[in-house]
Every structure is written in C-alpha cells, then in structure tokens.
Design a protein. Structure first.
Length: 239
C-alpha cells in the first residue's frame, strides 16, 4: 500500500503567501510601510472597501503575524509587526510588476512623483533622496560595501558629531541594504537608517506630505544635507 507523501516539517511559506495574495491585504501592508499605526476605518477608506471587509482582512493579517494591533479606548490601530515584515513587503514590491495605468488627475500624478522622490520605507528613507543619501555616505567612506555593508569608524564618528544615537543591544542589524522599488538600487536600512530618518524628522530636515508616506526635504534639510554630505539642492528638490 502506497503511503501518501507528507510535507516536510519547516516554515509554512504558503500561509504567508496566501495572506499577501489578496490585493486589499497587500494594499494595506504597502500603506503601513509609512511606519505609522492606522485605524481600520482609515485603511478601508484608503483601499475603497467597506469597513466590515477591512476588519476581516485585518484580522487575517494580525492572525498571520504580519500586523500587530494596539487599542486606545474604543479605537483599534494596526501597524506592521516589525522591520522584518516591512523588509518582506518592500522586497516583494521590487519583484512585483509595475502598474502602468496613467494617473487620472494632476494631483494623483503629483502624489506618485512625490512618493518616488522621497518617502519613508517603514522607519528609514527611500526613493531618490534615500538612495542619494546612501551613495553619499559610501562616497565619503562612512559606509563600506567591500565586505558586506558596514558602518566604518568614520561613520560612527560622523553620527556622534551629529548627535545621532543608534540603539545598541538589539537583534536588529546596525546597517542593512534595502532594494528600493522605484529606484531599483539599494538604500540604507537597519538601526542606522532608522536613526538617521528619525533625526531628519526631529531636526526638521524632512516633513511628511499630508497623510501619505511621501516626505519633502525642507530648506533647512537641503542646507544640512549639502553641508554634511554634499548633496546638491537640485537633487533634493522634487521636479
């Protein structure tokens, strides 16, 4: 008698793939790459679905450990579970075919352009500005790509001089490259990338554009990034 083949023990990749195979759930995860917590109502409005539909999808994502929920009184908020989930979503976005549907309005075209120019990828900077910042760090010897990406001694001193503290004692890597889905080149992630992004917000170098994850580099930010990294104004200003 032939014994049916059984699946070997190990990670159940199919269950994660199934969660992200739905367009609405995938859209929720892409929206949550801004690193903030959203309500079910906000995500429902973003995706154009009923609140009950959004709740059903969010329950599945929380149950699958891709999202975590936080409650404040009667309000329920959800966010990506951790940086590893953000990395997974961003990497899948690189592999995914790009929709070529032209924007219907000038405002939609502007939002798309702003997102490609500078945005948050969970808790670090991405887009044209994020890639340019990463290149500038490497050109100045603050990052080293020769034997795997690492922060150099000069990079440590540069962060100290700016007063940027990188949390220690965590399992998160200090530096990590993240392939940018619009530029198709790596930008800086990891604890250092997150600390730089956090400093840029706190110092007023960047500010969010509305409720999207697109950001704009402020005049103060353009001066600072030129002074500290030599990034030219025309690169930091959206076209």
């Amino acid at each position: 008698m032939r014994v049916p083949h059984s699946h070997a023990a190990g990670p159940d990749l199919a269950s994660v793939a199934k969660l992200l195979a739905d367009g609405t759930r995938a859209g929720f995860c892409l929206a949550l790459l801004d690193g903030r917590a959203w309500t079910a109502t906000e995500l429902a409005r973003h995706a154009g679905v009923a609140a009950s539909t959004a709740t059903e999808h969010l329950n599945a994502l929380v149950g699958g450990n891709l999202l975590i929920e936080e409650r404040q009184g009667r309000h329920r908020y959800v966010r990506l579970a951790d940086p590893h989930v953000a990395e997974l979503v961003e990497n899948l976005a690189v592999l995914a075919p790009q929709r070529r549907t032209p924007p219907r309005t000038l405002s939609a075209a502007g939002r798309r352009q702003a997102l490609a120019h500078a945005r948050t990828c969970y808790d670090h900077l991405a887009g044209t500005v994020g890639v340019a910042l990463t290149d500038a760090l490497a050109e100045r010897g603050l990052l080293d790509w020769d034997n795997g990406l690492r922060l150099t001694g000069e990079g440590d001193a540069w962060l100290d001089a700016l007063g940027i503290a990188v949390p220690a004692g965590t399992r998160r890597p200090s530096v990590r490259s993240c392939l940018d889905w619009t530029e198709r080149r790596p930008h800086l992630a990891g604890a250092v990338g997150a600390a730089l992004c956090r400093h840029a917000f706190t110092a007023g170098w960047i500010t969010r554009i509305g409720t999207t994850r697109a950001v704009t580099v402020t005049p103060a930010g353009r001066r600072a990034l030129y002074d500290h990294l030599g990034l030219p104004d025309e690169l930091l200003s959206p076209k």
